[in-house]
Design a protein around this ligand. Structure first.
Ligand SMILES: [Zn+2]
Length: 388
């Protein structure tokens, strides 16, 4: 990710606190009956009623009647481990037990469908955390939309996972989709944990990351990896070096659509944590391929600007020079415009691919020169011959 996000305490986190208390107290062998004492003190009969009570009570009884005390303890321990998201991201030795890893009788209870296609945790996400009719949100007088407004007041509108998009607001909600960093199908325990839920650009969330296993580079072989944690990372775009390899130069015959490879590496080759986190980010969000595609898509307009800026009649600093002499000046001026800075990276979409391509042009201005032809009849004029 390109920059760290900032979080703040918010009332909506109480929904996860409710679950945490429930899973802590359910492990107590003395707790034999379902009651509001399993929950934080603010949970009263006005909240714990209807479907909410029915689902929690059903879960409680399934645990107490079908599982041994040791199995309930394992369930509780797994819940707590699954929700230490920072530790799980930064320490690949931290225990991460997915739904498939639990003994079958425990996973059957966790994945018991309380409504069509949803277990307790997925139901809580859909009907308690994100629903306008949520009885808890009504009592707390808040909403996920309100959480996003708070998030937005502390964070840029650019998606930190790619830098290629701003958040796309859901029309009726006034907020973007929140991504489950650990996917909720394998890790349902963290489905309503705001430390596992991040506002994310639509393309990253729906088209690129999806339900990818962010903490495994090989899920089937259970090979763990570390990852940037969006709310706690000392690394940013400043720690990466960006390389562009040109496989086919943009020219008139290909309509200025060249072929490129982008590679992103750690500047500090000895920082193994940075290197691993970086590979995870690049892999899950397909960053190198997306940047290469963006460069291919935008090359024509970027080159257009450089050539236009090189015309003697628009070149204020060197109006006397000819186009050829002005090209290097125009490239370096445009490099300055897309220089990676905190202010720009948090406010301009597509900045990184633009920066990568312009850095490349500094050493490869021949791409621009090949596109310019001096008009032999009127030597002061220049043809941008792809326009002819
Ligand atoms: Zn994105």
């Amino acid at each position: 990710m390109l920059f760290q996000l900032h979080s703040s305490k918010h009332e909506i986190e109480k929904i996860h606190e409710l679950l945490t208390q429930f899973f802590t107290k359910i492990a107590d062998a003395e707790t034999a009956e379902f009651s509001n004492s399993l929950f934080p003190t603010w949970v009263n009969d006005d909240i714990m009623k209807g479907k909410l009570k029915e689902n929690f009570e059903g879960f409680f009884h399934r645990c107490k009647t079908s599982l041994s005390q040791d199995e309930v303890s394992l369930l509780s321990k797994t819940f707590l481990e699954n929700n230490d998201i920072i530790e799980l991201c930064l320490n690949k030795a931290a225990s991460l037990t997915g739904l498939d890893d639990l003994p079958q009788n425990i996973s059957a209870i966790v994945d018991f469908q309380v409504t069509t296609g949803k277990n307790l945790f997925q139901w809580l996400y859909s009907y308690i955390l994100t629903s306008k009719d949520s009885p808890i949100l009504k009592t707390l007088n808040t909403s996920l939309n309100d959480h996003f407004e708070s998030f937005q007041s502390k964070n840029p509108s650019i998606c930190t996972f790619c830098g290629l998009e701003t958040y796309t607001l859901i029309d009726t909600e006034g907020r973007p989709d929140y991504d489950h960093y650990l996917n909720s199908s394998q890790y349902p325990f963290s489905a309503v944990n705001l430390n596992n839920l991040f506002p994310m650009g639509l393309r990253c969330n729906q088209r690129v990351k999806g339900a990818d296993h962010i903490l495994f580079d090989n899920f089937l072989e259970k090979h763990r990896r570390t990852s940037f944690y969006p709310y706690n990372s000392k690394y940013s775009y400043k720690d990466f070096e960006y390389q562009l390899e040109c496989l086919e130069e943009p020219n008139i015959s290909n309509g200025l659509k060249g072929q490129f490879n982008v590679s992103i590496d750690a500047i500090d080759k000895d920082d193994e944590v940075l290197k691993e986190n970086l590979r995870t980010w690049v892999s899950v969000f397909d960053v190198e391929k997306r940047y290469a595609e963006e460069i291919r898509r935008s090359t024509k307009s970027w080159i257009d600007i450089i050539i236009y800026d090189s015309f003697p009649e628009v070149k204020e600093t060197n109006p006397e020079n000819n186009v050829d002499q002005n090209i290097d000046l125009s490239i370096s001026e445009n490099v300055k415009i897309c220089k990676l800075t905190d202010a720009r990276i948090t406010s301009m979409v597509n900045l990184v691919p633009q920066f990568i391509f312009h850095q490349y042009l500094l050493e490869n201005s021949s791409i621009i020169r090949a596109l310019i032809k001096i008009d032999e009849n009127t030597s002061s004029k220049v043809n941008m011959n792809w326009l002819n």
